[in-house]
Design a protein around this ligand. Structure first.
Ligand code: CA
Length: 223
């Protein structure tokens, strides 16, 4: 899962980015509204954390522009504590949720998890695919109750496939959601990661859809 953090306070931006990376996300950073708007417009994000008070273009205008351009990714706004009017304006502009400053990073992480889950149609923090359980809160997965030892890339891959269970996900899409913008991307590596993940899962839940990509689904749901 790939997140964009748009926050001009360098320390706060870093604090959020570090916590998100620690939780297994790939993170891109922007420090003003123009750069943030551009990234959100050109790169696919699973969620965006967007400050309201930003240089060049303010956060409310940024989210308004995205929505007008048809961008539907979940947006969590960061607002000043007492500015209730900012919260209303943010939600009206198309933001999905907000957190008031100062906040606990844990609260931001919980809200981001919930936004990503809901955007993918899951209301519970645990996503289940046959014998595989993905705990989005702990960033952990189990097979038949046994913990899976996954590298960060394998976890991101499993997480993306499980959030999009039943859908065919292309290699390009996986690359875009598993690496940040600066990474030298090679979609061939995805095949390697899928191979390793299949081996670790030990159950055949990831189907290769020739020429299109991969689909993960529980055996009972398979056509
Ligand atoms: Ca700010």
């Amino acid at each position: 899962m790939r997140i964009l953090v748009v926050e001009d306070d360098v320390n706060l931006n870093r604090q959020l980015t570090d916590a998100l990376k620690e939780a297994g996300y790939v993170v891109d950073q922007a420090f003003d509204g123009e750069e943030g708007h551009f990234l959100g417009d050109t790169e696919p994000y699973d969620a965006v954390i967007l400050d309201i008070g930003l240089p060049i273009i303010d956060g409310i205008t940024v989210v308004e522009k995205w929505r007008a351009e048809g961008k539907g990714m979940p947006v969590l706004m960061l607002t000043a504590r007492d500015r209730w009017s900012d919260k209303v304006a943010g939600i009206d502009a198309g933001a999905d949720d907000y957190v008031a400053k100062p906040f606990h990073v844990e609260e931001v992480l919980a809200r981001v998890r919930a936004l990503i889950r809901r955007a993918a149609g899951h209301s519970s923090s645990e996503i289940i695919c046959g014998p595989v359980r993905l705990d989005t809160k702990a960033s952990k997965a189990t097979v038949n109750g046994a913990p899976l030892k996954l590298t960060s890339h394998e976890f991101r891959l499993l997480s993306y496939l499980m959030h999009h269970m039943g859908e065919v996900v292309s290699r390009t899409e996986l690359v875009e959601h598993m690496y940040d913008q600066d990474f030298d991307r090679d979609s061939n590596t995805i095949e390697v990661f899928v191979g390793r993940l299949r081996k670790k899962l030990g159950v055949d839940l990831i189907e290769t859809v020739r020429g299109l990509g991969y689909r993960m689904q529980a055996p009972a749901d398979a056509a």
